[in-house]
Design a protein around this ligand. Structure first.
Ligand code: NI
Length: 269
């Protein structure tokens, strides 16, 4: 496991931007508009609730860096469970980890996913590079398509493996853009696609968190039997409000996150 937080997040970012060219472009555009570094609010990771790759095993990488457990979130329809992790250092990005509750899926999906995960060892999961190590299994295109028919999250994870699903611009730290809607307008002016599921701005000041995201890039992936272009990762934007006690809200909003998950859906937009 990494012992330096900045190294871990730098490696995650490099790996993420390789398959998310729009995030690299938006990061550059915002950086130029702001003339300052962009602060990352949080990253999100996805996994299956199966040993040795369950949510808790991924979380170990952050607990080892001084993170502590934050809130937990249930996504009944998507068959997902999630927890967030935060650090006493306010500069540390928060971490949102979700896992697919595989036992709620069809026997066929369970069989396929069990096969994928069977070859992953505890040693690999504990290794420095695990969180940005990609896919640990062979995958043919038909298996991907079959997973996709039942569960988009399972298909994404099968195709992409372990990597940041998204990074998130902290709108609180921007000088020239004060709202999520302002950022969305910039994105649309520059030709990027904004996820409109549940509205372009998810959440409200009452929720203490407003978010938006791009739709995932579509990039070529090598399957065992062919190459295919599929949704990869997306970029998110978050504006946090203060709680009544005057401290900034550090949690997440399940209803908003539910729609953010859909940023990796295939879209014809
Ligand atoms: Ni997020």
């Amino acid at each position: 496991m990494h012992t330096d937080r900045n190294t871990l997040f730098e490696k995650l970012w490099q790996n993420y931007r390789e398959v998310t060219p729009s995030a690299a472009q938006i990061h550059q555009i915002l950086g130029a508009e702001e003339n300052q570094a962009i602060v990352n609010d949080h990253i999100a990771l996805r996994t299956f609730n199966l040993a040795p790759v369950g949510l808790n095993a991924l979380a170990q990488h952050f607990l080892a860096l001084g993170y502590r457990e934050g809130g937990e979130y249930h996504f009944k329809n998507k068959k997902l469970y999630a927890r967030h992790y935060e650090h006493s250092d306010p500069e540390a990005p928060k971490v949102f980890i979700s896992e697919l509750l595989t036992e709620q899926c069809s026997p066929e999906l369970q069989a396929r996913v069990n096969e994928l995960v069977a070859g992953v060892t505890q040693e690999q999961v504990a290794a420095d590079n695990f969180l940005y190590s990609g896919r640990h299994w062979d995958l043919d295109y038909d298996t991907y398509r079959n997973l996709l028919k039942e569960n988009e999250y399972a298909a994404w994870l099968a195709a992409w493996g372990y990597r940041a699903n998204h990074f998130t611009v902290s709108v609180n730290h921007l000088q020239h853009f004060h709202t999520v809607a302002d950022v969305n307008q910039l994105l649309k002016d520059k030709g990027f696609r904004v996820n409109s599921a549940g509205g372009e701005v998810k959440g409200s000041p009452e929720d203490l968190l407003e978010q938006s995201s791009t739709m995932a890039d579509q990039v070529p992936v090598e399957f065992r039997d062919r190459n295919a272009t599929i949704p990869s990762c997306f970029y998110e934007f978050a504006l946090r409000y203060n709680k009544p006690d005057g401290n900034r809200y550090m949690g997440f909003v399940a209803a908003s996150a539910d729609k953010i998950f859909e940023s990796t859906n295939f879209s014809t937009q």
